[in-house]
Design a protein around this ligand. Structure first.
Ligand code: NDP
Length: 245
């Protein structure tokens, strides 16, 4: 059950992270919200509290290991435990390789890969001590398939799957830490706004015309959390029914 579980969510200021926070708070979880946009986090905390839920937030850039460590410490100091982290923060500035968008490649690697690693590193000591915990990492259908324009983004999302499987093998037996990969298809959020390559943007807009709502992914995350401790949901793909690839 999600009730009373302490759940850290990165990228809680919009889209999938925000929907997941709302759904989990309705089920009695204690939320620790993280992202860079403070106004959004503040607003979400207020909404959760107005509906009788419990939430704290800390402005956090996931590309900083120090800030991720500080986030985990704040969660532990406030609630006395960390049950779940949802490493959800991510960005998707798709582009063709010959456009040489070095800055966007660096950002994707920093947020999508290093952010997930720092999230894992920050919570593991608490979970290993308790011999219980759950790490949920958001990959993508692009972590299974590659298309023109998705090379770097796909590489980061393949990496998320590799890291999560490694975590599962290292920490499940003995430490009872569950590892879950959630791989969404097209979901209607702010994610595609990071695309600056017009040659890719139009084909992506076509795919996203059939995008599903973020609450579908929130329900999937909640499903994985609510399974009993001895049941680990290791990987789920969730696509719009009408998405082919
Ligand atoms: P959004 O753009 O709505 O949300 C992205 C979140 O990531 C925001 O809350 C943003 O917050 C946060 N974020 C970005 N950079 C940082 C950073 N450096 N530090 C902390 N937080 C950061 O998109 P989604 O909700 O769709 O994306 C959530 C996850 O789902 C991502 O990992 C994405 O790759 C994945 N995904 C999404 C799909 C989709 O179709 N929408 C499909 C497959 C996977 P802030 O700017 O306030 O820091």
């Amino acid at each position: 059950m999600a009730k009373e579980k302490v759940v850290i969510i990165t990228g809680a200021s919009s889209g999938i992270g925000e929907e997941t926070a709302k759904l989990l708070s309705g089920k009695g979880a204690k939320l620790v919200l993280a992202a860079r946009r403070e106004e959004r986090l503040k607003e979400l905390k207020q909404q959760i509290e107005a509906s009788g839920g419990e939430a704290i937030y800390q402005v956090t850039d996931v590309t900083s290991s120090e800030e991720m460590e500080s986030l985990a410490k704040y969660a532990y100091d406030t609630f006395g435990k960390i049950d779940v982290i949802v490493n959800n923060a991510g960005l998707m500035p798709l582009s063709l390789l010959h456009k040489k968008k070095y800055d966007e490649w660096d950002k994707m690697i920093d947020v999508n890969i290093k952010g997930v690693l720092y999230g894992i590193g920050a919570v593991l000591p608490y979970m290993r001590e308790k011999k219980e915990g759950h790490v949920i990492n958001i990959s993508s259908v692009a972590g299974h398939e590659i298309s023109p324009g998705s090379s770097v983004y796909s590489a980061t999302k393949f990496a998320v799957r590799a890291i999560t499987e490694g975590l599962r093998m290292e920490e499940s037996v003995g430490n009872n830490i569950r590892a879950t990969i959630i791989s969404p298809g097209a979901v209607s959020t702010e994610l595609t706004e990071t695309i600056t390559d017009d040659d890719v943007k139009s084909s992506i807009d076509a795919v996203y015309s059939g995008a599903i709502k973020a609450d579908s992914i929130a329900r999937t995350i909640v499903f994985a959390i609510e399974e009993p401790a001895e049941v680990a949901i290791n990987e789920i793909l969730v696509r719009p029914t009408n998405q082919e690839w």
